[in-house]
Design a protein around this ligand. Structure first.
Ligand SMILES: *Cc1c(COP(=O)(O)O)cnc(C)c1O
Length: 398
């Protein structure tokens, strides 16, 4: 997945443009920049690539989720339904705004289960936030139906699925707001960065103002801009945007490389009857950043990961014991370890985490192995790797 595997002259040239004129700030300094607007140009390119009316760049994917929620007016005491399998950023972003993350099970798509979502809706629910983990998506048709029925917002975290599509539309362009990450390990990277995508004019203006201290960005003179709202500094720099711009132009190329490598490995693993693959909802096309499959049980998955390591197969994970991505090890969340006091409402809202178990998630995450698909492999590397993977799995199964 990581775009950093293929940095080249294009990234260097875009960066050089910024260094040559010395304007590292994305707003203002019009005279000095000799026509170079990297963040603005990347936003326009994202709008075209992702087929959305507006793209607002921000300083990270985590910030993109925070800004998206804030732009939609989500705050104190509001509940946001999110999956148990994601990245810690999902609950961090929700809690930043004084809102309450309501965690629900994932299903065989490895993303949020629409049935679990329905069961979790309360009078405080404001939004559903599917997270398109490991290059594939939640059942967005089912989630959109639930959102319409209960008057909820759909906010897509597509940080790990840039380049994937659903019913022909790019992931991140389907909900009311979509979020992308451009961090150092994502399919296209800016080093650090994120984007808020929407077709809603009001949400876009909110995201634009909120991410730059509430500046309205109307007119030429930054000093004369007014502050319709209170905001924060969540800006991206021109240096980051420059790298992101060069990388975005290569998105199709990256997805094609991943598809080729993924298909070879999947073809090899398909010969093992005990291996089944993650479900991709009808109408979905993965970004092929990961190949995710299931083994018969947790024990087998753990052993296979061990044997993979012994045989030099890196970048494959069973997320059951992972403390970044799965609920089981999020003790800092369950024990409410914050630097600052939480409101009584948030504390009460999170009390369910002390006792709630997630058997369905454990069932799927326990049996799952997800392998990163790299861009830098040669065809021989991939074939060699496939053979070693088949041999490793078969040796554990017998
Ligand atoms: C990477 C990631 C984020 C956050 O992105 P950063 O840019 O690292 O802040 C959010 N959600 C998911 C699912 C991610 O993988």
């Amino acid at each position: 997945m990581p775009g950093f595997e293929l940095f080249g002259d294009a990234e260097r040239q875009e960066l050089q443009d910024v260094l040559d004129n010395g304007v590292l700030m994305r707003y203002g300094f019009d005279g000095m920049r000799k026509g170079h607007w990297k963040a603005k140009t990347l936003e326009e390119a994202l709008q075209a690539t992702m087929n959305v009316k507006h793209a607002q760049l921000v300083s990270s994917g985590t910030v993109a989720v925070t800004v998206a929620l804030a732009a939609a007016g989500i705050g104190a005491g509001d509940e946001v339904i999110m999956p148990t399998f994601t990245f810690v950023a999902s609950f961090e972003a929700i809690m930043m705004l004084g809102a309450i993350p309501i965690l629900v099970d994932v299903d065989d798509t490895l993303t949020i289960d629409p049935k679990a979502v329905e069961a979790a809706i309360s009078s405080k629910t404001k939004a559903i936030m599917p997270v398109h983990m490991c290059g594939s998506m939640a059942n967005l048709d089912a989630l959109q139906t639930i959102c319409k029925e209960h008057d909820l917002l759909l906010i897509e975290d597509s940080s790990q699925a840039t380049g994937a599509t659903y019913n022909g539309k790019p992931l991140g362009s389907i909900g009311d707001i979509g979020c992308l990450s451009l961090d150092f390990v994502k399919i296209i990277t800016a080093g650090e960065g994120g984007a808020v995508l929407t077709n809603n004019d009001k949400y876009h203006i909110n995201a634009d103002n909120y991410s730059d201290h509430g500046h309205d960005h109307i007119g030429q003179d930054r000093g004369a801009e007014t502050h319709p709202i209170m905001g924060y500094n969540f800006r991206i720099s021109e240096l980051h945007a420059a790298v992101g711009l060069a990388q975005l132009r290569r998105l199709d190329e990256f997805v094609a490389i991943q598809n080729k490598n993924y298909s070879i490995i999947r073809g090899a693993l398909s010969q093992i009857p005990e291996v089944t693959f993650r479900k991709v909802p009808e109408g979905g096309v993965e970004s092929y950043s990961f190949l995710s499959f299931f083994l018969p049980d947790l024990e087998t998955s753990r052993k296979v990961i061990q044997v993979f390591k012994e045989n030099g197969i890196d970048a494959c994970w069973n997320y059951y014991d992972n403390n970044w991505h799965y609920i089981r090890k999020w003790n800092h969340l369950k024990e409410l370890k914050t630097l600052y006091p939480l409101s009584a409402e948030v504390k009460a809202g999170l009390k369910y985490l002390e006792t709630r178990t997630f058997e369905q998630s454990d069932h799927y995450i326990g049996r799952n192995i997800s392998c990163l698909i790299k861009l830098s492999w040669t065809e021989e590397d991939v074939i060699e790797r496939s053979k070693k993977m088949v041999k490793s799995i078969t040796s554990v199964l017998k």
